[in-house]
Design a binder for this molecule. Sequence first.
Ligand SMILES: *[C@@H]1O[C@H](CO)[C@@H](O)[C@H](O)[C@H]1NC(C)=O
Ligand SMILES: *[C@@H]1O[C@H](CO)[C@@H](O)[C@H](O)[C@H]1NC(C)=O
Ligand SMILES: *[C@@H]1O[C@H](CO)[C@@H](O)[C@H](O)[C@H]1NC(C)=O
Ligand SMILES: *[C@@H]1O[C@H](CO)[C@@H](O)[C@H](O)[C@H]1NC(C)=O
Ligand SMILES: *[C@@H]1O[C@H](CO)[C@@H](O)[C@H](O)[C@H]1NC(C)=O
Length: 667
Amino acid sequence: MHSIAMFMSKLVLLLSLLISFVSSEDTSFTFDGFKSANLSLDGIAEITSTGLLKLTNNTNFQMGQAFYPNPISFRNSSNGAVSSFSTTFVFAIVSEDAALSGYGLAFVIAPTRGLPAGILSKFLGLFNTTSFVNPKNQLVGVELDTTKNPEIDDINDNHVGIDINGLQSERSATAGYYADDNGGFRTLSLKSGQQMQVWLEYDGVQKQINVTLAPLDVGKPKIPLLSLSRDLSPIIGNNMYVGFSSATGETLANHYVLAWSFKMNGQAPELLLSQVQLPPILVGIERSKFLTIGLPVIIVSLASVAISGVIYVIRRKRKFEELLEDWELDYGPQRFKYKDLFVATKGFREKEQLGKGGFGKVYRGVLPTSKIEIAVKRISHESRQGMKEFVAEIASMGRLRHRNLVPLLGYCRRKKELLLVYDFMPSGSLDKYLFYQPTLTLCWSQRFRVIKGVASGLFYLHEEWEQVVVHRDVKASNVLLDGELNARLGDFGLARFYDRGTDPQTTHVVGTIGYIAPELTRSGKATTSTDVFAFGAFLLEVACGRRPIEPRWRTEDAILVDWVFSQLNRGEILGARDPNLGADYVAEEVELVLKLGLLCSHSEPAARPSMRQVVQFLEGGIPLPELPSVGLYASGLTFAMSYPVAPMDNAFTPLSSIADSLLLEGR
Ligand SMILES: *[C@@H]1O[C@H](CO)[C@@H](O)[C@H](O)[C@H]1NC(C)=O
Ligand SMILES: *[C@@H]1O[C@H](CO)[C@@H](O)[C@H](O)[C@H]1NC(C)=O
Ligand SMILES: *[C@@H]1O[C@H](CO)[C@@H](O)[C@H](O)[C@H]1NC(C)=O
Ligand SMILES: *[C@@H]1O[C@H](CO)[C@@H](O)[C@H](O)[C@H]1NC(C)=O
Ligand SMILES: *[C@@H]1O[C@H](CO)[C@@H](O)[C@H](O)[C@H]1NC(C)=O
């Protein structure tokens, strides 16, 4: 029924339009309030019982328009040029929360009455071009804009603009007026709820448009706010409609027009201002509604519906935008949709954050369809240099499968951002069990199992997979524990990330202070042997419950490896064990781990065991060789420490070669 009624009324309008005599004489009308006005209303626009034209109300993404019902001939019949005309109106934008105010409203001269079918759809269609301006629009408007939209070069969130064929104002100025007494500029706030009057005048001979704004009690200032020299003849068609347009978007504001007059070839009739006051009660009600609902109303300029809709779409699109290049198609199954990751992590909410490391933040999430629990690491990067190789490496690492490695499920790439998706490890990282004792602590047998697990994972990376993978950042905080407290090494190859996006002249050593082998700082070349060095520091960490460097300790004891070595020389190496272990430990195993830690920490790479040997020592297959009694350890770390350290979280980054690859092919 409703739609038939709508259709009929449209038909009637159409017929009346066809029949209606387009006035060639000078159109003139005055509405001192709209109680008996015969306006053509569209959208949610309404005329209130008190005779106010209310273009929008507190409903999001709605539009309201009101047009004078008959078309107006703007042209002089003898020369076809657009004649002089003038219009004036009083408006009020009632918005309680200035910070959330909406778009504003606009007076428009348009070829059709129903902008949605005509101009609006055109505007929408326009967004595939670089401009919002299209000569086909045949549109002239005055916008009272209360938002700053950088996409159309808005100057601020409180301006008046003259729009020709689009929303990119030809002229705009901060809302205000030049006082007649001294010519000083007085700023006005459009969304203050104050009633203001606008005058639009076009001089068909001078080909000039003036727009003037003033508070209701001031009268028309002599100097216009905006003046634009422009012949409107090519823009305005033969029969045009005049009216107002506004819309609500994500935020809201009430927009009222209280009075309006128009005249072709002459001064728009004076408005009887006494009749157009917003009744104080109405203002009060509207304001209190705002306060309670907390929604400021928006009104929009010419095509605000279109704009808000399109901006929403653009924002949404931008929000989920990814980078995907042809070469990535090979990694199809490992490529995640950003949107899925966004949904999984509830928009990367603070609450879902698992941790923060040198490479970025890690978030917990649940994949929307499969319900798999994941951990997403967000890494920001500046440059795309080397990204292709890096993603290739990541993808190939995605095929690494070992019970002591955190499975890398895939990745996603955005502008300046790389996201790595891992299996979620419910028990978190090992360091929190070592350094935040005694709340959380691991007994010796659990620690020994963790150590053997990490050794096994690292051995797989070094020797058992099809390529040699150098981890580059072995340390307790990179060891994660799964539900059964099995150790899983995470972040393999990520340390290399810092190599990317740097210029080839400045190269980086990557890793964490205290775990960086001395030769790495000299050659910059990460090898399996530098991994073994870091593993040595890790062993001492787990057995002693101490970080490799404790700056707060006495200087001679601050470096863990030196301290353990001094304990060894005193013949009481077990004294280095974590006191939190209590009496519950296997002395031989603790001694083995401490000595192996020292051996791996040897400053001479050749003196360090391979991971294969490490695994054998730990399994008891072969006995540990006698340790040299000379302190070769301190030299290593002291050397590393004496290098200039660029603090980057806790990563150490002096030199390295961009050419050395994470995956050393063909060993
Ligand atoms: C209002 O418009 C309708 C249809 O266009 C017309 O029938 C009616 O007479 C008009 N009323 C006034 C007061 O102009
Ligand atoms: C806004 O106007 C529409 C149409 O008149 C109406 O359905 C809706 O309930 C109004 N909303 C509010 C919040 O007044
Ligand atoms: C129309 O144009 C003619 C010739 O330029 C001019 O003499 C006349 O005054 C104009 N009429 C109006 C109503 O502007
Ligand atoms: C905008 O897109 C529409 C539909 O894709 C197309 O027909 C039109 O030519 C495009 N306009 C411009 C200016 O590219
Ligand atoms: C616009 O304002 C200027 C400066 O006040 C004035 O000289 C000119 O006549 C005005 N033009 C119109 C069309 O009102």
